[in-house]
Design a protein around this ligand. Structure first.
Ligand SMILES: Cc1cc2nc3c(=O)[nH]c(=O)nc-3n(C[C@H](O)[C@H](O)[C@H](O)COP(=O)(O)OP(=O)(O)OC[C@H]3O[C@@H](n4cnc5c(N)ncnc54)[C@H](O)[C@@H]3O)c2cc1C
Length: 387
C-alpha cells in the first residue's frame, strides 16, 4: 500500500513511522523544513489529566510509547516527570476538577485531589491562599519536542519512509468519490491513502478535497524566564485554571511561562492564514504572563527577566478535541489537537496506521472524534483542561 502523509510535524512523522513499520510504502511531504509548524514551538507537556475519556485514553496509549522511547528509538528526549498541578480558584472550577479526576480514575490514572496546602507541598512556591482545590498526577511531565520529533524522523527513515522537505502539497487528487493521491512539486503522485497531518493548515488541505473541517489556527505565546527565585526541577507544570496562566521548570532554575488570556488573545479566526502570524511575542501579553504567574507563585517577582520567547499556532476545534477519522475513502485526517497534539502523537500515529491499513481503529475508541460531530445536530463535549 502507498501512503502520502501531508505534514512533517510530530503527527505526520509518528504516522510515517508506524505506517512504514506496518508494511506501507510511505512518503512524507512537508512544505517547509521538518518541525516547521507547531511541533517545535510546543511546551512539550505530556499529561493524563484531561476531562474526557477519549483524551485520557489517548494520553495513556501515548505515554506507553514515551516511556519506552529511549529504549525503542535510541533517542534521549529529555523526558522529565515532576507531574502537572491544576489549581482552581472558583467553586465551579473546583467542581470541574473533581469530575475530571473521577473520569481519570475510571481509566486507571493515579491523579489526586489536593487541598491548597497539599498543593503547596508539591509546588513550594504556590500562593496556596488564592486557591480552593487542586489536582495532581505524578505520571505527568514534559519532554523536548525537537528531540522527540527527530527521534520519529530517524525511526521513520529506518523503517523505509521517505521524507520530502520544501515540497508543498498543492492538491488532493480524487476520482469516483475517493482520494487517489496528491499533487506536489508540480507532479501527480498516485497513492492508495493520503493522510492530512497538516496541523494548523489542515483546513486548507481538507479544502483541497472539497471538505471543510472546523479547524482554526490560534496563536499562543511562551516565554523563557529567569525568575527572581530559581524554580526547582522537581516543581510540576502548574496551571492556574481560572486565569489561564501556567509555568513549568526549564533547566538551571529558569522557567517556561505561558497562558491564554482573554484580554490579550483574540478568539480563533477560522480563516486566518496560518502562514501570516507573528512568531515573536507581544509586549502586552509578556507583561501580563509574568504578572499572572507572579500572582499565583512566589518565583516571579519584579526582578524576573525574560530571556526569550516565541509564538506558535494551536489548531483548534470547537470542542478542543482532534478530528481522527477516514474523512472520505482514501483520506485519513488527524488534526485539530487544540494544544495537546505533541503528547498524543504516538497514539495518533498508530491510529492513523490502523485506519489506513485495515480501516478499524482498536488502540483507543475514537468513535467520538469523527468530524460528523460538528453537524450541529448534537451537543459537543468540550475538553475543559486546556492551557
Ligand atoms: C505555544 C505552544 C505550546 C504548546 N504546548 C503543547 C504541550 O505542552 N503539549 C502538547 O501536547 N502540545 C502542545 N502544543 C500543541 C502542539 O505543538 C501541536 O498540537 C502539535 O505539534 C501538532 O503537531 P502536527 O504534526 O499536527 O502539526 P505541525 O507540527 O504544525 O505540523 C504540520 C506540518 O504540516 C506542514 N504543512 C502544512 N500544509 C502543508 C502542505 N500543503 N503541504 C506540505 N506540508 C504542509 C506544515 O509546514 C507543518 O510543518 C503547543 C503548541 C503551541 C503553539
Amino acid at each position: 500500500m502507498n501512503v502520502a502523509v501531508v505534514g512533517g510535524g510530530i503527527v505526520g512523522l509518528a504516522a510515517a513511522y508506524y505506517l512504514a513499520e506496518g508494511g506501507a510504502s510511505v512518503a512524507v511531504y512537508e512544505k517547509g523544513s521538518i518541525g516547521n509548524g507547531s511541533t517545535e514551538r510546543s511546551a512539550g507537556g505530556i499529561r493524563t489529566q484531561f476531562s474526557t475519556p477519549v483524551n485520557v485514553d489517548l494520553s495513556l496509549a501515548s505515554i506507553d510509547v514515551w516511556d519506552e522511547f529511549e529504549a525503542e528509538f535510541g533517542a534521549d528526549i529529555s523526558y522529565r516527570r515532576p507531574g502537572y498541578l491544576f489549581c482552581a480558584r472558583a467553586e465551579e472550577t473546583a467542581a470541574d476538577l473533581e469530575e475530571s479526576v473521577a473520569i481519570q480514575h475510571e481509566r486507571g490514572v493515579p491523579s489526586e485531589l489536593l487541598t491548597p496546602e497539599e498543593a503547596r507541598g508539591v509546588c513550594p512556591g504556590l500562593v496556596s491562599e488564592k486557591f480552593r482545590a487542586a489536582s495532581y498526577c505524578a505520571l505527568d511531565g514534559f519532554a523536548d519536542p525537537h528531540l522527540a520529533l527527530q527521534g520519529f524522523v530517524t525511526a521513520a527513515r529506518e523503517a523505509g519512509a521517505t521524507i520530502h522537505t520544501e515540497t508543498p502539497v498543492t492538491d488532493v487528487l480524487r476520482e469516483n468519490g475517493r482520494v487517489r493521491g496528491v499533487e506536489a512539486d508540480g507532479e501527480r503522485i498516485e497513492t492508495d491513502v493520503v493522510v492530512n497531518a497538516a496541523g494548523p493548515w489542515a483546513r486548507q488541505v481538507s479544502r483541497m478535497a472539497d471538505l471543510d473541517l472546523p479547524i482554526a489556527p490560534r496563536r499562543r505565546q511562551i516565554l523563557v524566564v529567569e525568575p527572581e527565585t530559581p524554580v526547582p526541577e522537581s516543581v510540576p507544570l502548574t496551571i492556574d485554571l481560572d486565569t489561564g496562566s501556567y509555568f513549568r521548570p526549564e533547566r538551571e532554575g529558569a522557567a517556561l511561562v505561558g497562558g491564554h488570556f482573554s484580554t490579550t488573545d483574540p478568539e480563533a479566526d477560522p480563516d486566518q492564514d496560518p502562514d501570516s502570524y507573528a512568531t515573536g511575542t507581544d509586549l502586552d501579553w509578556s507583561a501580563q504572563a509574568i504578572e499572572r504567574a507572579a500572582d499565583h507563585t512566589t518565583y516571579f517577582g519584579p526582578d524576573a527577566a525574560v530571556k526569550r520567547g516565541w509564538a506558535g499556532l494551536y489548531a483548534v476545534t470547537p470542542d478542543h478535541h482532534p478530528v481522527i477519522e477516514t474523512s472520505i475513502p482514501g483520506l485519513v485526517t488527524a488534526a485539530g489537537f487544540s494544544g495537546h497534539g505533541f503528547q498524543h502523537a504516538p497514539a495518533t500515529g498508530q491510529l492513523i496506521t490502523e485506519l489506513a491499513l485495515d480501516g478499524e481503529p482498536s488502540l483507543v475508541d475514537i468513535s467520538s472524534l469523527g468530524s460528523e460531530r460538528f453537524d450541529g445536530k448534537r451537543a459537543l463535549v468540550d475538553e475543559r483542561n486546556v492551557a
